[in-house]
Design a protein around this ligand. Structure first.
Ligand code: NAD
Ligand code: ZN
Length: 357
């Protein structure tokens, strides 16, 4: 038996207002006059947070458009432009939701790896460490702050650059940064965390490590999203830690059916991760009966609309493309359904599931 030797984020700071320590946190990682590059989620352009970024010397803020999830082309272009302008940089700091954080991880890796980020979509293909990288979440739920992947849509697949070089060197968990998130977005991204917990806890890869983190994250999600309570600051704190713990849980196990199916949706239709997972979870009673029941209760209590009918009118080729992306997520299916998953989740069965969405 070969046990995974998990590579973790090196440094973690947590607390309301800890963003103010960013300058001192970055100082030891500055290499001569090579700049720190801040990839800032476009939501914060012109907002107070942008002016709190501790710029020094040639440091630069790049506003990143996260209307669509990160693409390999976007990563390659950012890395190329930085190499042309600066040669090298001291670090890449991602400030935003999962999209901005994933961009920062991928650009950091591509500062030191040759070719295109698409060449590294898969497991353990990255061979050289990137430049110093830090992640600062402004939405809670994806677990991107702790994961060993950065999810990218490339020319042929939507798949992460999964590697031991991918986790951040530093994360700054300041729940104050999430307080302006709109209720719908907060719910969709929060449900990403809830679904991570269900998929991890109900999966065949489960072990005590994953279970300990998964149960804690699940309990926090239930506390936050059930009981018809008004949103308050404490919920931002809790959801940020739920995201962290949920991410730690799947780091040592795997996600499952909702993610495998939702990857197909986002590859073909551009459906964003959080909402895509919710669209799929709505129809997974067969696989996660208790989790889906509770999920629906959360949807109802929080007055959230989950889109339906998004696969209506798709062509054969389009269904095929989604099926190929989804069935390519082998570890996810194996975690969800066991070693002989292929005899359980046939193309026909998966096709029927997509038709319901
Ligand atoms: P997101 O980063 O895509 O952002 C969603 C929207 O919220 C954007 O319009 C953004 O501008 C806005 N936003 C961000 N912070 C805000 C704030 N504080 N207030 C108001 N608006 C704000 O959303 P997400 O759900 O955090 O991330 C989804 C992305 O994360 C996808 O690209 C997905 O592939 C990726 N992901 C990565 C991992 C991983 O382990 N690397 C895991 C899950 C998801
Ligand atoms: Zn997820």
């Amino acid at each position: 038996m070969q046990f995974r030797n998990l590579k973790l984020v090196s440094n973690v700071v947590f607390g309301r207002g800890c963003f103010n320590q960013l300058d001192e946190i970055l100082a030891p990682h500055r290499k001569g006059d090579a700049p720190m590059i801040f990839l800032l989620d476009h939501f914060f352009e012109g907002k107070p947070l942008a002016s709190r970024i501790p710029l020094r010397g040639k440091d630069k803020i790049l506003i990143v458009d996260v209307t669509y999830e990160p693409k390999t082309m976007q990563v390659d272009k950012l890395a190329q432009e930085l190499k042309e302008e600066f040669g090298t940089v001291s670090g890449i700091i991602g400030i935003g939701g999962g999209s901005a954080m994933d961009l920062a991880k991928a650009v950091s890796l591509m500062m030191n790896n040759t070719g295109s980020s698409a060449d590294y979509q898969g497991w353990d293909l990255v061979k050289v460490a990137g430049v110093y990288k830090a992640g600062i979440p402004t939405l809670s739920g994806t677990g991107a702050e702790v994961s060993r992947t950065t999810v990218l849509t490339g020319p042929v697949r939507k798949l992460g650059m999964n590697s031991d070089f991918t986790p951040f060197d530093q994360i700054v968990l300041d729940p104050e940064l999430t307080k302006d998130a709109p209720a719908n977005q907060r719910f969709y991204t929060g449900m990403d965390c809830y679904i991570h917990c269900i998929e991890s806890l109900e999966g065949t890869f489960l072990n005590e490590f994953s279970k300990s983190y998964g149960e804690k994250a699940l309990q926090l999600c239930q506390d936050i999203f059930l009981g018809n309570k008004a949103w308050n600051d404490a919920n931002d704190d809790k959801l940020m830690m739920a995201s962290y713990a949920g991410g730690m849980s799947i780091a040592y196990s795997q996600v499952g059916v909702a993610h495998a199916v939702s990857y197909g949706l986002s590859y073909l239709l551009g459906t964003k991760h959080g909402i895509g997972n919710c669209i799929v979870m709505n129809h997974l009673e067969e696989y996660y009966p208790a989790g889906v029941k509770e999920f629906k209760q959360m949807v109802a209590e929080n007055n959230i609309d989950i889109p339906v009918g998004i696969c209506n009118g798709l062509s054969e080729e389009q269904f095929d493309a989604m099926l190929n992306v989804s069935l390519g997520m082998k570890p996810l299916w194996e975690n969800a359904l066991g070693k002989n998953w292929e005899s359980i989740m046939t193309r026909e069965k998966l096709r029927a599931l997509y038709e319901k969405l």
